[in-house]
Design a protein around this ligand. Structure first.
Ligand SMILES: [Zn+2]
Ligand SMILES: [Zn+2]
Length: 94
């Protein structure tokens, strides 16, 4: 039986990237995705924030057809055009 008695230390050693979204004040969940907003903004986000983003996109796009990037003013009508999402695969090398 190997109980994780040194969990905080192990976590620090893991180099687990954290969600960088501003929603979190205090504890930041582990990042699950790297979201590249077509080069304008790059951000590591957790599953919760990614889900939020996808939900908001669906909500916004259903009302305006196209969304303007606040940075470059490019119009997008597809989530996959606006965002390049890369799931972070935890390194399973042990
Ligand atoms: Zn988050
Ligand atoms: Zn842009």
């Amino acid at each position: 039986m190997t109980a994780p008695a040194i969990a905080p230390l192990a976590e620090a050693l893991e180099h687990q990237p954290r969600c960088t979204a501003k929603f979190h004040t205090g504890h930041r969940p582990p990042a699950a995705f790297w979201v590249d907003q077509h080069g304008c903004i790059e951000q590591l986000v957790c599953l919760g924030c990614y889900t939020w983003l996808v939900d908001r996109w669906d909500e916004w796009i259903s009302t305006v057809d196209q969304l303007n990037c606040p940075r470059c003013q490019t119009k997008f009508d597809a989530f996959t055009d606006a965002f390049h999402v890369v799931p972070l695969c935890p390194t399973s090398s042990q």
